[in-house]
Design a protein around this ligand. Sequence first.
Ligand code: PAF
Length: 283
Amino acid sequence: METVRSADEIRNWVESWRLENRSVGFVPTMGALHEGHLALVRHASQLADRVVVSIFVNPTQFGAGEDFELYPRSEEQDSELLQEGGCHLLFLPEPSTIYPDGHSTYVEVETPAERLEGEFRPGHFRGVATVVTQLLNLVRPNVAVFGQKDAQQLAVVRRLVRDLHLPVEIASHPTVREPDGLAMSSRNAYLAADERTAASAIYRSLSSARQRIEQGERSAEAIRHVLSEVLEREPLIDIEYAEVVEADTFEPIRRIRGSIVMPVAVRIGTTRLIDNFSLEVDG
Ligand code: PAF
Protein backbone atom coordinates (compact mmCIF):
# COMPACT_ATOMS: atom_id res chain seq x y z
CA MET A 1 0.00 0.00 0.00
CA GLU A 2 1.24 3.46 -0.91
CA THR A 3 0.45 6.59 1.09
CA VAL A 4 0.09 9.99 -0.56
CA ARG A 5 -0.79 13.43 0.75
CA SER A 6 -0.89 15.87 -2.14
CA ALA A 7 -3.43 16.50 -4.91
CA ASP A 8 -0.78 15.89 -7.59
CA GLU A 9 0.26 12.53 -6.13
CA ILE A 10 -3.29 11.17 -5.88
CA ARG A 11 -4.09 12.33 -9.43
CA ASN A 12 -0.90 10.75 -10.81
CA TRP A 13 -1.55 7.39 -9.15
CA VAL A 14 -5.14 7.19 -10.34
CA GLU A 15 -4.15 8.35 -13.82
CA SER A 16 -1.48 5.61 -14.03
CA TRP A 17 -4.13 2.99 -13.16
CA ARG A 18 -6.47 4.39 -15.80
CA LEU A 19 -3.73 4.03 -18.41
CA GLU A 20 -3.53 0.36 -17.41
CA ASN A 21 -7.33 0.10 -17.82
CA ARG A 22 -7.84 -0.56 -14.14
CA SER A 23 -11.02 0.63 -12.44
CA VAL A 24 -10.80 2.57 -9.17
CA GLY A 25 -12.92 2.19 -6.05
CA PHE A 26 -12.89 4.82 -3.32
CA VAL A 27 -13.82 4.76 0.37
CA PRO A 28 -13.78 8.19 2.05
CA THR A 29 -13.35 8.03 5.85
CA MET A 30 -12.44 10.16 8.84
CA GLY A 31 -10.15 7.45 10.22
CA ALA A 32 -10.40 5.70 13.63
CA LEU A 33 -11.12 2.70 11.45
CA HIS A 34 -13.12 -0.30 12.62
CA GLU A 35 -14.60 -3.42 11.06
CA GLY A 36 -17.38 -1.31 9.48
CA HIS A 37 -14.84 0.67 7.45
CA LEU A 38 -12.92 -2.50 6.53
CA ALA A 39 -16.15 -4.01 5.17
CA LEU A 40 -16.47 -0.94 2.91
CA VAL A 41 -12.89 -1.48 1.71
CA ARG A 42 -13.60 -5.16 0.97
CA HIS A 43 -16.77 -4.17 -0.89
CA ALA A 44 -14.82 -1.59 -2.93
CA SER A 45 -12.25 -4.24 -3.85
CA GLN A 46 -15.06 -6.46 -5.18
CA LEU A 47 -16.32 -3.58 -7.35
CA ALA A 48 -13.01 -2.23 -8.68
CA ASP A 49 -9.43 -3.28 -9.51
CA ARG A 50 -7.77 -0.74 -7.23
CA VAL A 51 -8.97 0.72 -3.93
CA VAL A 52 -8.21 4.20 -2.59
CA VAL A 53 -9.12 5.09 1.01
CA SER A 54 -8.96 8.67 2.27
CA ILE A 55 -8.64 9.72 5.89
CA PHE A 56 -9.51 13.32 6.60
CA VAL A 57 -11.23 14.60 9.74
CA ASN A 58 -13.25 17.26 7.99
CA PRO A 59 -13.64 20.36 10.20
CA THR A 60 -16.54 21.86 8.28
CA GLN A 61 -18.93 19.01 9.06
CA PHE A 62 -18.57 19.53 12.82
CA GLY A 63 -20.68 22.24 14.46
CA ALA A 64 -19.57 24.55 17.26
CA GLY A 65 -19.31 22.54 20.49
CA GLU A 66 -19.15 19.20 18.65
CA ASP A 67 -16.27 16.71 18.91
CA PHE A 68 -13.91 17.87 16.14
CA GLU A 69 -10.96 18.32 18.53
CA LEU A 70 -11.72 15.09 20.42
CA TYR A 71 -12.48 12.95 17.36
CA PRO A 72 -10.25 9.85 17.65
CA ARG A 73 -7.16 10.00 15.41
CA SER A 74 -5.07 6.85 14.95
CA GLU A 75 -3.17 7.24 11.70
CA GLU A 76 -0.59 4.53 12.32
CA GLN A 77 -3.08 1.85 13.38
CA ASP A 78 -5.45 2.84 10.55
CA SER A 79 -2.62 2.49 8.06
CA GLU A 80 -1.82 -1.04 9.32
CA LEU A 81 -5.48 -2.07 9.16
CA LEU A 82 -5.78 -0.78 5.60
CA GLN A 83 -2.57 -2.46 4.54
CA GLU A 84 -3.99 -5.81 5.71
CA GLY A 85 -7.49 -4.94 4.50
CA GLY A 86 -6.77 -4.73 0.78
CA CYS A 87 -6.36 -0.96 0.28
CA HIS A 88 -3.89 -0.04 -2.50
CA LEU A 89 -3.53 3.67 -1.89
CA LEU A 90 -4.08 5.67 1.29
CA PHE A 91 -4.82 9.34 0.68
CA LEU A 92 -4.17 11.62 3.66
CA PRO A 93 -4.92 15.09 2.33
CA GLU A 94 -3.48 18.07 4.20
CA PRO A 95 -6.12 20.48 5.54
CA SER A 96 -4.54 23.11 3.24
CA THR A 97 -5.30 20.93 0.19
CA ILE A 98 -9.00 20.75 1.03
CA TYR A 99 -9.34 24.24 2.52
CA PRO A 100 -6.54 26.43 1.13
CA ASP A 101 -6.32 30.05 2.26
CA GLY A 102 -9.22 31.92 0.74
CA HIS A 103 -11.33 28.78 0.23
CA SER A 104 -14.89 30.03 -0.16
CA THR A 105 -16.82 27.47 -2.20
CA TYR A 106 -19.31 25.17 -0.49
CA VAL A 107 -21.77 22.60 -1.77
CA GLU A 108 -25.26 22.80 -0.30
CA VAL A 109 -27.77 20.00 -0.86
CA GLU A 110 -31.37 20.88 0.07
CA THR A 111 -33.60 17.77 0.07
CA PRO A 112 -32.73 15.28 1.63
CA ALA A 113 -30.31 17.26 3.82
CA GLU A 114 -32.72 19.61 5.57
CA ARG A 115 -34.35 17.36 8.13
CA LEU A 116 -33.16 15.20 11.04
CA GLU A 117 -29.33 15.42 10.98
CA GLY A 118 -29.75 18.68 9.07
CA GLU A 119 -31.87 20.11 11.88
CA PHE A 120 -29.87 18.75 14.80
CA ARG A 121 -26.47 19.47 13.22
CA PRO A 122 -26.91 22.69 11.21
CA GLY A 123 -24.19 22.98 8.56
CA HIS A 124 -23.18 19.32 8.89
CA PHE A 125 -24.30 18.23 5.43
CA ARG A 126 -22.87 21.39 3.84
CA GLY A 127 -19.50 20.26 5.21
CA VAL A 128 -20.04 16.65 4.11
CA ALA A 129 -21.22 17.62 0.61
CA THR A 130 -18.29 20.03 0.19
CA VAL A 131 -15.60 17.56 1.23
CA VAL A 132 -17.15 14.62 -0.65
CA THR A 133 -17.32 16.70 -3.85
CA GLN A 134 -13.68 17.69 -3.44
CA LEU A 135 -12.53 14.15 -2.67
CA LEU A 136 -14.45 12.74 -5.65
CA ASN A 137 -12.84 15.38 -7.88
CA LEU A 138 -9.37 14.66 -6.52
CA VAL A 139 -9.60 10.86 -6.66
CA ARG A 140 -11.95 10.53 -9.67
CA PRO A 141 -12.98 6.98 -8.83
CA ASN A 142 -15.29 4.81 -10.92
CA VAL A 143 -17.18 3.84 -7.79
CA ALA A 144 -17.31 5.25 -4.25
CA VAL A 145 -18.60 3.21 -1.32
CA PHE A 146 -20.51 4.63 1.65
CA GLY A 147 -21.91 2.88 4.73
CA GLN A 148 -25.65 2.45 5.19
CA LYS A 149 -25.22 3.36 8.85
CA ASP A 150 -25.18 7.02 7.78
CA ALA A 151 -28.32 6.56 5.71
CA GLN A 152 -29.11 10.26 5.37
CA GLN A 153 -25.52 11.02 4.35
CA LEU A 154 -25.81 8.28 1.72
CA ALA A 155 -29.04 9.84 0.40
CA VAL A 156 -27.39 13.30 0.37
CA VAL A 157 -24.36 11.97 -1.55
CA ARG A 158 -26.57 10.17 -4.07
CA ARG A 159 -28.52 13.40 -4.65
CA LEU A 160 -25.36 15.48 -4.95
CA VAL A 161 -23.85 13.09 -7.51
CA ARG A 162 -27.08 13.01 -9.49
CA ASP A 163 -27.70 16.76 -9.43
CA LEU A 164 -24.11 17.73 -10.31
CA HIS A 165 -23.71 14.95 -12.88
CA LEU A 166 -20.58 13.69 -11.17
CA PRO A 167 -19.17 10.75 -13.16
CA VAL A 168 -19.09 8.21 -10.33
CA GLU A 169 -21.23 5.31 -9.21
CA ILE A 170 -22.27 5.40 -5.56
CA ALA A 171 -22.39 2.00 -3.87
CA SER A 172 -23.36 1.20 -0.30
CA HIS A 173 -22.70 -1.52 2.24
CA PRO A 174 -24.87 -2.70 5.15
CA THR A 175 -24.09 -1.57 8.68
CA VAL A 176 -21.66 -3.79 10.54
CA ARG A 177 -22.81 -4.49 14.10
CA GLU A 178 -21.39 -5.64 17.41
CA PRO A 179 -22.76 -8.96 18.77
CA ASP A 180 -25.50 -7.11 20.73
CA GLY A 181 -26.54 -5.20 17.59
CA LEU A 182 -24.87 -1.85 18.30
CA ALA A 183 -23.79 -0.33 14.99
CA MET A 184 -20.01 0.00 14.75
CA SER A 185 -18.97 3.63 14.99
CA SER A 186 -15.75 5.46 15.80
CA ARG A 187 -17.78 7.31 18.46
CA ASN A 188 -18.57 4.08 20.39
CA ALA A 189 -15.08 4.53 21.89
CA TYR A 190 -16.45 7.49 23.90
CA LEU A 191 -18.95 5.30 25.81
CA ALA A 192 -18.37 4.33 29.46
CA ALA A 193 -19.26 0.70 30.36
CA ASP A 194 -22.83 1.46 31.54
CA GLU A 195 -23.41 3.71 28.53
CA ARG A 196 -22.18 0.98 26.20
CA THR A 197 -24.71 -1.43 27.74
CA ALA A 198 -27.49 1.15 27.36
CA ALA A 199 -26.56 1.73 23.70
CA SER A 200 -27.81 -1.73 22.70
CA ALA A 201 -31.36 -0.40 23.19
CA ILE A 202 -31.00 1.40 19.84
CA TYR A 203 -30.84 -1.92 17.99
CA ARG A 204 -33.65 -3.36 20.12
CA SER A 205 -35.89 -0.42 19.26
CA LEU A 206 -35.20 -0.73 15.53
CA SER A 207 -35.74 -4.50 15.66
CA SER A 208 -39.07 -4.12 17.50
CA ALA A 209 -40.23 -1.54 14.97
CA ARG A 210 -39.25 -3.76 12.05
CA GLN A 211 -41.06 -6.70 13.61
CA ARG A 212 -44.26 -4.63 13.93
CA ILE A 213 -44.01 -3.66 10.25
CA GLU A 214 -43.43 -7.31 9.30
CA GLN A 215 -46.56 -8.18 11.31
CA GLY A 216 -48.54 -5.75 9.13
CA GLU A 217 -48.48 -2.39 10.92
CA ARG A 218 -48.61 0.39 8.30
CA SER A 219 -49.12 3.49 10.46
CA ALA A 220 -45.85 5.44 10.66
CA GLU A 221 -47.07 7.08 13.89
CA ALA A 222 -47.50 3.66 15.52
CA ILE A 223 -43.97 2.71 14.47
CA ARG A 224 -42.51 5.99 15.80
CA HIS A 225 -44.22 5.13 19.07
CA VAL A 226 -42.61 1.65 19.14
CA LEU A 227 -39.16 3.15 18.47
CA SER A 228 -39.49 5.74 21.24
CA GLU A 229 -41.08 3.37 23.73
CA VAL A 230 -38.16 0.93 23.63
CA LEU A 231 -35.58 3.75 23.81
CA GLU A 232 -37.40 5.46 26.70
CA ARG A 233 -37.09 2.33 28.83
CA GLU A 234 -33.34 3.00 28.97
CA PRO A 235 -32.76 5.87 31.46
CA LEU A 236 -29.30 6.78 30.09
CA ILE A 237 -30.73 7.50 26.64
CA ASP A 238 -32.01 10.91 25.51
CA ILE A 239 -33.81 10.68 22.17
CA GLU A 240 -33.11 13.35 19.56
CA TYR A 241 -35.30 11.72 16.94
CA ALA A 242 -36.82 8.34 16.15
CA GLU A 243 -38.48 8.73 12.76
CA VAL A 244 -40.01 6.95 9.81
CA VAL A 245 -39.15 8.65 6.50
CA GLU A 246 -39.21 8.12 2.77
CA ALA A 247 -35.80 6.80 1.68
CA ASP A 248 -34.88 9.34 -1.05
CA THR A 249 -36.19 12.55 0.49
CA PHE A 250 -36.02 11.79 4.21
CA GLU A 251 -39.47 13.40 4.48
CA PRO A 252 -41.62 11.94 7.29
CA ILE A 253 -44.42 9.70 6.04
CA ARG A 254 -47.86 8.74 7.34
CA ARG A 255 -48.41 5.35 5.70
CA ILE A 256 -45.61 2.82 5.49
CA ARG A 257 -45.02 1.59 1.97
CA GLY A 258 -42.20 1.44 -0.59
CA SER A 259 -38.63 2.33 0.39
CA ILE A 260 -38.52 3.63 3.92
CA VAL A 261 -35.87 4.38 6.52
CA MET A 262 -36.25 4.42 10.29
CA PRO A 263 -33.45 6.78 11.42
CA VAL A 264 -32.71 7.19 15.12
CA ALA A 265 -30.40 9.65 16.90
CA VAL A 266 -29.80 9.55 20.64
CA ARG A 267 -27.51 11.04 23.21
CA ILE A 268 -25.97 8.81 25.86
CA GLY A 269 -24.09 11.04 28.27
CA THR A 270 -22.02 13.30 26.03
CA THR A 271 -21.97 10.83 23.12
CA ARG A 272 -24.30 11.18 20.17
CA LEU A 273 -25.10 7.99 18.25
CA ILE A 274 -27.14 7.42 15.09
CA ASP A 275 -28.47 4.25 13.51
CA ASN A 276 -31.26 3.19 11.18
CA PHE A 277 -32.98 0.30 9.46
CA SER A 278 -33.95 0.59 5.78
CA LEU A 279 -36.87 -1.50 4.54
CA GLU A 280 -38.80 -2.22 1.36
CA VAL A 281 -42.45 -2.52 2.33
CA ASP A 282 -45.38 -3.75 0.22
CA GLY A 283 -48.37 -1.40 0.15
O1 PAF B 1 -18.86 9.22 6.86
C1 PAF B 1 -17.79 9.81 7.06
O2 PAF B 1 -16.85 9.28 7.64
C2 PAF B 1 -17.64 11.26 6.62
O3 PAF B 1 -18.83 11.96 6.76
C3 PAF B 1 -17.10 11.40 5.18
C4 PAF B 1 -18.03 10.79 4.16
C5 PAF B 1 -15.72 10.72 5.09
C6 PAF B 1 -16.91 12.87 4.82
O4 PAF B 1 -16.03 13.50 5.70
